[in-house]
Each structure stands twice: as C-alpha cells, then as structure tokens.
Design a protein. Structure first.
Length: 65
C-alpha cells in the first residue's frame, strides 16, 4: 500500500516554538508580516502563530524592538 498511513511516508514533527522565538514573531506580526509566512519560516502550522497573536500563548513575552 503506497502512501498509506501505515507505511513509511511519515513526516518529521514540525518545530516547537520556544520562548526565545516569540519576541521576533511578535515583532513580525506587528509590522504586518503574513502569519502563513512567519509560520513557514518556523515550520509550524499558521494556527500556532495565530495563538501567539491572540495572546493565547506566550502572552507574557514582549515583542522585540
């Protein structure tokens, strides 16, 4: 079965955003970068960037200057 979920076509897990990444991500959001482009740079789902934008994740970390 080629391409089945049981076979060897598994993706590597995407990057996990670290607190040290957040100031730059917040700065990019503030200057108007598209969320999907930021997400692509970090190899994460755009939903992860949206969570940061909405304050659901890392709300206590300020944007970079």
């Amino acid at each position: 079965m080629t391409g089945s979920k049981l076979g060897g076509d598994r993706r590597e897990p995407s990057y996990r955003i670290k607190p040290t990444d957040v100031p730059i991500i917040k700065k990019r959001i503030a200057i108007g970068d598209f969320l999907n482009r930021i997400a692509a740079d970090y190899d994460v789902n755009p939903g992860r960037i949206s969570e940061i934008k909405k304050g659901r994740k890392f709300a206590n970390i300020a944007a970079a200057r």
